[in-house]
Write a protein that binds this ligand. Structure first.
Ligand code: NAD
Ligand code: UDP
Length: 335
């Protein structure tokens, strides 16, 4: 079975390529490296000891997508390619709407032209806005607070309309909670070029003395210790969820959304303390003001994914913290 992976050099895409190759799928991937590094492709090959076809290109470019479909019979597509920085999306909304919407629509058009109708899409828990109750179920009301989230919500709507128009499509919308961690080898992981926005890459850089102090954004939330609570999920568990979603879309038609989270909420302080304990390293932090737009708490009810995809996260917070740090240690050693 051939699976086309867009954004395959990215954080979640690279881990998913590894899991696909390990599961015996043939992978074809495209990335424009706008937020990733070329050497990730070789690292996926080293980890799996398998080769796969890679195209450097942009998913907004219909010609290259058509060429990929002429040169390969793709059975299904997993679409990771897109921009994901919430803050940047507020400053540059057009950049986000152009890239995330255009790449998806172009890709779906080319898929339709080539009669490939099996699609797995990277959505996000951000589509739940500020949930009224927890844990979050898939049928909760949807709303967004920033242009990045709105691109995800719009695409979810496009996918539902597409299925309504032609119910031979088979579409899995995966709503990720907070992916952290890295592959055990330490060869691939999250490696932002700029100052990180997300918690774990920031903690890692402070522990690695690349940044001075972690700001904990508020300790007056309505949570167990006052700091924000999120559902952190190991990226390898998340990648495995894509294998289950591929099995689903290859076997039945439909259009459905699934939460990919663990169901556990951890506070910022719990994450920082666990990170320090399991890695035996200090992380300087101070409490600062709340970050605008943040919510108190967010965690999944993952039972629908268990029921429909037969998927469940297996790895705990200790492994997530250990593997996140191991990735930068390996990176530093190999420099
Ligand atoms: P990432 O930035 O590491 O990976 C995305 C990849 O897509 C990058 O390699 C980038 O170079 C590539 N890309 C971007 N636009 C492209 C285009 N037009 N053509 C070709 N390649 C392009 O991000 P990630 O964390 O791996 O996220 C993957 C997907 O999951 C994204 O759609 C993101 O919005 C979604 N998501 C991520 C998170 C998270 O916290 N990481 C949470 C929820 C949803
Ligand atoms: N956070 C923090 N300091 C940082 C980055 C994040 O205290 O430098 C907090 C943030 O307020 C939230 C949690 O960590 O409570 C997770 O934030 P992240 O940006 O990683 O994910 P998201 O807010 O998108 O769920």
């Amino acid at each position: 079975m051939n699976i086309l992976v867009t954004g395959g050099a990215g954080y979640i895409g690279s881990h998913t390529c590894v899991e696909l190759l390990n599961a015996g799928y043939d992978v074809i991937s495209i990335d424009n490296f706008s937020n990733s590094k070329r050497d990730v492709i070789d690292k996926i090959k080293i980890i799996t000891n398998k080769d796969f076809k890679f195209y450097e290109g942009d998913c907004r470019d219909k010609d290259i997508l058509s060429r990929i479909f002429i040169e390969n019979k793709n059975d299904a597509v997993i679409h990771f390619a897109g921009y994901k920085a919430v803050g940047e999306s507020v400053k540059e909304p057009l950049k986000y709407y152009r890239n995330n919407l255009d790449s998806t629509i172009t890709l779906l058009e080319v898929m339709k032209e080539n009669n490939c109708k099996n699609f797995v899409f990277s959505s996000s828990a951000t589509v739940y806005g500020k949930p009224k109750t927890l844990p979050i179920k898939e049928d909760f009301p949807l709303s967004t607070t920033n242009p990045y989230g709105t691109t995800k919500l719009i695409i979810e709507g496009i996918l539902r309309d597409l299925y309504k128009s032609d119910n031979t499509w088979s579409i899995a919308i995966l709503r990720y909670f907070n992916p952290i961690g890295a592959h055990k080898s330490g060869l691939i992981g999250e490696n932002p070029n700029d100052i990180p926005n997300n918690l774990m890459p920031y903690i890692v850089k402070v522990a690695n003395n690349e940044l001075g102090t972690l700001s904990i954004f508020g300790n007056d939330y309505d949570t167990k210790d006052g700091t924000g609570v999120r559902d952190y999920i190991h990226v390898v568990d998340l990648a495995k969820g894509h294998i289950k979603a591929i099995e689903k879309v290859l076997n039945e038609t439909g259009c459905d959304a699934y939460n990919l989270g663990t169901g556990n909420g951890y506070s910022v302080l719990e994450i920082v303390n666990t990170f320090m304990k399991v890695n035996n390293v200090d992380v300087n932090y101070r409490i600062t003001d709340r970050r605008p737009g943040d919510i108190d708490a967010c965690y999944a009810d993952p039972s629908y994914a268990k029921e429909k995809l037969n998927w469940k996260a297996e790895l705990g917070i200790d492994e997530m913290c250990k593997d996140s740090y191991n990735f930068v240690k390996v990176l530093r050693k190999n420099k």
